[in-house]
Ligand binder design. Sequence first.
Ligand code: SAM
Length: 280
Amino acid sequence: MLSYRHLFHAGNFADVFKHALLARLLVALGGKGKPYCFLDTHAGTGRYDLGHEWAWKTREFENGICRLWERKDIPAALAPYMKIVRAENPKGRLRYYPGSPLIALKLRRPGDRVVLTELNKTDFAGLETVIARERHVAAHCMDGYQALKAFLPPREKRGLVLLDSSFDRAREFARIVKALKEAHQRWATGTYAIWYPLMEPSAMRDFARSVEKSSIRKVLRLELTVGPVGDARYMRGCGMLVVNPPWKFDAEARPLLDWLQQALAVEGKGSVKVDWLVTE
Ligand SMILES: C[S@@+](CC[C@H](N)C(=O)[O-])C[C@H]1O[C@@H](n2cnc3c(N)ncnc32)[C@H](O)[C@@H]1O
């Protein structure tokens, strides 16, 4: 039984962080000639109606995408992401927020392939509607961790895997590390982006240690906090590990996240971390 529904959280600061970085990763992949494969293991519904009562119940989008919507000084690095958000709202009023599948579909080139998996049947039905007219995209109602076994390595031999769990079960960090290790054994040269919420420091230390102890190299860690530390009203922050990031992605991500932190900070608080959890 899956209780998590992303519509309650769509467009919040964590989505902005995740999707801004996802867009940069896809732009970098698309900068080279050969086709790539994008696998989204926890795809969600693809598009979210911020006018829906669930989104209004939490209003998390107000401290997320709303903060960027009115800005006239969006940095160039964020332009591909914001262009997609604006294209979803052609009348100029923010109503629809694109999920990771739509971001990938908008940024891919002809020949690039998109594979989406989602376990929740209702969200999967929504996803199928969103992608109905798209070519070179396959969607499967299945467990995302099984998808890593079923679809890796991709025939293109280059690409990106987004592992964006809803963290609604216990021991999710351990499950992610196990799945990542197995996936990496199947396909060591792929790029993997793993989103996570910042939880209590001991849980984060354990997560970092278990990745460090694995044989996986080149792991970039990117983290953003936006709220006052210890304030239970807010998710403290979130992060993304990127295994095999594109060349100079660390240098590119730092100013982007610094700008986002300024834009998204609640009561002016927050911080950014960009470091190599595991080097070459
Ligand atoms: C954070 S949301 C995904 C958001 C989406 N990646 C985006 O950025 O737009 C997590 C999704 O994972 C789904 N989910 C939960 N457990 C799953 C599993 N084991 N396999 C695949 N999907 C799962 C949930 O139903 C939910 O839609």
